[in-house]
Design a protein around this ligand. Structure first.
Ligand SMILES: [Zn+2]
Ligand SMILES: [Zn+2]
Length: 351
């Protein structure tokens, strides 16, 4: 089996060859058809996050062991089942749910493995999809992609799911008032698509890159404004016809979170998703005065992924256009992603 691994944080990925594993117990071996390249892979590759005020979250200190095959947006064809694996078929294509927890704690038992404090995620804590094969620990993590394009579906395991779970947190009221989305990269565009499918009123986008603002407009945004414009806040309020009641920040910088917070009306909700980094600059008394809710959203749970795939299958959510890149160009693809060269998502395909 051929894999592209992080051997040193920040260094180019290395190609490794190893025997293809034989699935044990309930494990399932899949041949990788598509592996999405996610923005969070850049943080894993670089080894951490900027927490602001000179602090840094080091992934090495958080137990991320190298070498690691990244890739948590994987679609694959089942090629072998462990002796106790049931419920999936050899030859069929599945999306692999990567946000796996300990499976034992109360959080995992209520179905939120993505929030487990002992995470064991594919492509982060154990080997993921930047390879020609991937081992899924249990058939229950495989979502049937029958009739769907696995290459277009791969990014739904992280970016699609993240957008969907964030949207669900502000779903009350989205049919009456527009939603503010900050950042029109892959996540922002998927969010636009999903909101359309859910029958939302529409989206106002704040995005610094004019090319991405155009992409947002083409995808049906009601307005796309430049958050660095001096009158950005006034433009947002004008486009919305009043203060914003729901916002999702897919960037997560000091600049974007403060714009979103300032745009919120009384009782408004801000969902923080992006991990750009920094520290919050908003004034504390305004949180109670506005009765604002500030929520974090981290990927989504397995049930949400199944709901989302069903929405795509029902034709309510269109998969995004993706750029196909060869698996052996994994390092170059990461560099291009860091440079902001993709509209939508990049997906590695072996072969
Ligand atoms: Zn991701
Ligand atoms: Zn757990």
């Amino acid at each position: 089996m051929r894999s592209y691994q992080v051997a040193d944080f920040g260094a180019p990925l290395i190609e490794t060859q190893a025997p293809t594993p034989a699935p044990k117990g309930v494990e399932v071996l899949l041949e990788v058809v598509a592996a999405g390249v996610c923005h969070s892979d850049l943080h894993i590759w670089e080894g951490g996050y900027d927490l602001g005020r000179g602090k840094r979250l080091s992934l090495k200190d958080r137990g991320i062991a190298l070498p690691l095959t990244m890739g948590h947006e994987t679609a694959g064809r089942v090629v072998a089942l462990g002796p106790e694996a049931r419920g999936v078929e050899i030859g069929k294509t599945y999306l692999v749910y990567p946000w796996i927890g300990c499976g034992q704690c109360a959080v995992c038992r209520r179905g939120d493995e993505n929030l487990c404090s002992s995470p064991n995620c594919l492509g982060i804590h154990r080997n993921g999809g930047y390879a020609d094969h991937i081992l899924a620990p249990d058939p229950k993590y495989l979502v049937d992609l029958d009739g769907l394009d696995p290459i277009a579906m791969a990014p739904f395991a992280c970016s699609g799911l993240t957008a969907y779970s964030a949207l669900k947190k502000v779903s009350a009221g989205l049919s009456e008032a527009p939603l503010l989305i900050i950042g029109a990269g892959g996540l922002g565009l998927i969010c636009l698509q999903i909101l359309k499918g859910l029958g939302g009123k529409g989206v106002i986008v704040a995005e610094i890159d004019p090319v991405k603002r155009q992409a947002a407009a083409r995808n049906g945004a009601l307005a796309a404004i430049d958050p660095r414009a001096e009158d950005a806040l006034a433009q947002l309020t004008a486009a919305n016809g009043g203060p914003i009641m729901a916002a999702i920040d897919f960037v997560g910088s000091e600049e974007t979170s403060s714009l979103a917070f300032n745009a919120l009306g009384r009782g408004g909700k801000l969902v923080m998703v992006g991990l750009f980094g920094g520290a919050a600059s908003w004034s504390l008394p305004l949180i109670p005065i506005k009765a604002a809710s500030i929520l974090g959203s981290y990927v989504g749970n397995l049930a949400e992924l199944r709901e989302l795939v069903d929405l795509v299958r029902a034709g309510k959510v269109a998969p995004l256009p993706v750029t196909r890149c060869a698996l052996h160009d994994a390092s170059k693809t990461l560099v291009d992603l860091r440079a902001g060269r993709f509209i939508g998502r990049a997906v590695l395909t072996p072969g």
